[in-house]
Design a binder for this molecule. Structure first.
Ligand code: KG4
Ligand code: ZN
Length: 345
């Protein structure tokens, strides 16, 4: 094991909360040693979304193969692993259970500590694979199931200062894409179309009460759907690229404006972008522009492969939780609605 030192910390992470079966091994909390993702997107595409039973079946089929592949990639045996970290929630219960049970079996068989990880904590910690975190910081989390602003005063401590009251940003992207007959997952397709069009259609922005960091995207989603239906009834067609551009502009406008305001109010050193929608080109560019002249706050954006679901982020968060002494025993269960503030101490 030439490249590993005896005192290196090696965490094996497992992620099965939705439609990716993923296993990764992270060295000293920050270095990717192995990162394997088996995506099921092709199987769910024809249904226009993730079918929970199909997701569980795929996870069962893939999990052992993916674990072995990760150990092979890292050129490690299980003896050298310090702990097994696994997504405990939130997510689809049947999907989560496959990862949780695999992790429990591994921890039991090899007598290793078991570390429970919150999926969104994982998305946030994807940023630590890019650069060291500097506290206090704010994370803008935008995924298929979550849209929230999370304040962190230190490692492993999460405070939600604002969250969506209805649809998550990714969910709105996927539903709008469906209305435009684009395949699942729709986010990347809308993103691509938006760059081909112009924001010519006036769509609402939900700012909510003065000072609120909460979000709401269901009104915007309905406005897009109504625009399409009204045009159809009048026998008109709307250029889909202009609708995509208008929708994307509205989403980004709200996300960036609220983030800039929160950064100023909370006086943070870093702003992290996290979750599947962090792959959005328009959002990445808008944040870069907004923070260009703010030299006292560092903007961190993970590479595309670390934005969507993966286990490198789970192992990275797991490394911190492991050091904090967070442990699960063999009674660990999947918690579909797990709260990110659960492990704050
Ligand atoms: O974080 P993630 O992989 O899964 C969850 O934890 O939910 O996020 C998936 C979401 C989907 O809604 C997908 O459409 C969206 O991320 N997404 C994007 C882009 N790439 C993925 N949304 C907008 N623009 C993109 N380029
Ligand atoms: Zn995710």
């Amino acid at each position: 094991m030439g490249e590993f030192m005896k005192n290196d910390q090696l965490i094996l992470g497992i992620e099965t909360s939705c439609d990716e079966t993923a296993v990764a091994i992270i060295k000293n909390g920050r270095e990717i040693t192995a990162n394997v993702v088996a995506s099921q997107i092709e199987s769910h595409k024809r249904f226009g979304g993730v079918v929970p039973e199909i997701a569980s079946r795929h996870h069962v089929e893939q999990i052992t193969i993916v674990i072995e592949e990760a150990l092979k990639q890292a050129n490690l045996t299980f003896t050298e692993i310090d702990a097994v970290a696994v997504t405990e929630g939130p997510g689809l219960v049947g999907a989560l259970l496959i990862g949780v049970n695999a992790a429990k079996a591994l921890a039991f068989a090899h007598n290793k500590p078991l570390v429970p990880v919150h999926h969104i904590a994982g998305h946030i910690y994807a940023n630590r694979l890019v650069t060291e975190l500097k506290f206090p910081l704010l994370a803008l989390v935008v995924s298929g199931g979550h849209t929230e602003l999370v304040y962190m005063k230190e490692h492993g401590h999460f405070e939600v200062i604002g969250e969506t009251r209805d649809d998550a940003a990714g969910e709105a992207y996927d539903k709008v894409a469906r209305t435009l007959n684009l395949p699942y997952p729709g986010g990347p397709h809308i993103d691509r179309l938006a760059h081909e069009g112009r924001p010519t259609i006036d769509l609402p922005r939900a700012w909510l009460e003065e000072g609120s960091y909460d979000f709401s995207f269901s009104g915007l989603k309905s406005a897009v759907i109504n625009t399409v239906h009204n045009a159809e009834q009048r026998g008109e067609t709307i250029a889909p690229e202009n609708l995509a551009a208008s929708f994307q502009e509205s989403v980004i406008d709200v996300l960036v404006t609220k983030t800039v305001r929160a950064v100023a109010e909370y006086g943070v050193n870093q702003i992290l972008l996290a979750g599947g929608v962090a792959a959005n080109k328009g959002l990445r560019a808008a944040l870069e522009k907004a923070f260009l002249d703010k030299a006292d706050v560092e903007l961190v954006i993970p590479p595309l492969s670390l934005c969507t679901d993966n286990a490198a982020m789970i192992a990275a968060a797991g490394s911190v939780m492991f050091e904090k002494g967070i442990r699960a025993d063999l009674s660990l269960n999947a918690i579909p609605g797990l709260d990110i503030e659960t492990y704050n101490t």
